[in-house]
Design a protein around this ligand. Structure first.
Ligand code: TRP
Ligand code: SF4
Length: 361
């Protein structure tokens, strides 16, 4: 069989186009690896995949770009070390593919401000920063409720943060993505993307494929040591780069759901059980049973085989990561960027044509 035919065969076997991005914020931890990257590596076997460094997204909330290069290279190195294969997936940097910014600008014209302000991610962020600024509440012009949130939005939120879901829609629509793997918190953004695509298609012409959110029921959300969402900024995380000893110490310090040995626990209320579900598939049923019946000790539940299972599951990753040079990462990105530019400039030509704005051609 000729090479060409082989290629066609693999393309035909693909079930659709997957696209996903990650912000280069330098805070990857096992939560990202288990909830996102494991899925990415699986999907590249069945779908045409585009994975990108969402750097325009990263600077919507933190304008400091001093570490953006370092964080981007390190993050992509993590992807590659964990199994994202540049021969199967297109890996690229968003800001260096101009069509993302360009389509985003076009789409902003068909989205209302109110739609963006009502998104739960926007409200959630406002409440978050307003909460952080409680020291200002002693001010003489004290505001409350919606008015207070409005004041924060006006003073402290960038236009880019308000519109980043439109940029996200552009990210997705440029590649005719059929499936977008996301967490539950991002579902409203996929819904928005679908609305924007329908609106564009009916206003100007059928340029865009309507994407679907891909929620994987298998994914375990891993909470951090204190039971809150795992995050490097909370210091409650476990990183695949931690040594075995560090992993052991961190797991040992996790809060649990049982105060006393004789208390019956609810494993689903316990962040340690998240770890068992993710890393101890063979043992999780027994762990849950012993927890509910109070026949195990939390100490043993944490320090038994669990830390080793976690460390072992990243040993290949660690070996590979040490072997990948920055230069290799940059080459992968350069090549991915060429491919991404090709795909997206074709799409932008189509967009301009439908918008009747290609008359100099
Ligand atoms: N939603 C994530 C963020 O805003 C990452 C992201 C950006 C993304 N564009 C995307 C995820 C497109 C899926 C599809 O940081
Ligand atoms: Fe958590 Fe294990 Fe203790 Fe149950 S036995 S509360 S799962 S640490």
């Amino acid at each position: 069989m000729e090479m060409q035919n082989m290629e066609d065969l693999t393309t035909d076997a693909k079930k659709g186009v997957v696209l996903s991005g990650m912000r280069p914020t330098g805070d990857l931890h096992i939560g990202h690896f288990e909830a996102v990257l494991r899925n990415w590596t699986r999907l590249q076997e069945t779908h045409g995949c585009f994975y990108f460094v969402a750097d325009w997204h990263a600077i919507t909330t933190d304008t400091n770009t001093k570490q953006i290069k370092e964080h981007s290279i390190d993050m992509v190195k993590d992807w590659l070390a964990f199994g994202v294969d540049p021969k199967k997936s297109t890996v690229f940097v968003q800001s260096l593919v101009p069509a993302h910014a360009e389509l985003s600008l076009a789409l902003e014209r068909i989205v209302n401000i109110g739609t963006l302000r009502r998104l739960p991610t926007f409200k959630g962020y406002l409440e978050h920063i307003a909460g952080d600024r409680s020291r200002y509440d002693k001010d003489k012009n004290k505001l409350s409720g919606e008015a207070r949130l409005d004041a924060f939005a006006n003073a402290e939120v960038s236009v880019g943060f308000l519109t980043y879901p439109v940029l996200q829609a552009a990210d997705i629509l440029l590649y005719d993505a059929t499936d977008v793997p996301v967490g539950e918190d991002q579902l409203p953004h996929i819904e928005l993307t679908r609305e924007i695509a329908r609106k564009f298609n009916s206003t100007y012409g059928e340029a865009f494929t309507i994407p679907e959110a891909m929620l994987d029921a298998d994914i375990v959300m891993i909470r951090g040591r204190d039971g809150r969402k795992m995050s490097k900024s909370y210091g409650n995380h476990i990183s695949p780069d931690h040594t075995e000893e560090e992993i052991y110490e961190r797991v040992k310090s996790f809060v649990t759901d049982r105060k006393k040995l004789s208390d019956e626990g609810d494993p689903y209320e316990c962040p340690v059980f998240d770890l068992h579900r993710a890393f101890n598939r063979d043992g999780e049923v027994e762990v849950a049973r012993a927890c509910r019946n109070a026949t195990s000790k939390c100490y043993d539940c944490k320090t038994g085989e669990l830390p080793d299972l976690i460390a072992d599951s990243y040993s290949d990753y660690r070996t590979r990561k040490a072997e990948i040079s920055d230069g290799f990462v940059l080459d992968v990105l350069r090549e991915g960027n060429i491919k991404a530019r090709e795909v997206t400039s074709e799409k932008m030509d189509q967009v301009r044509k439908f918008m009747l704005m290609d008359y100099l051609k």
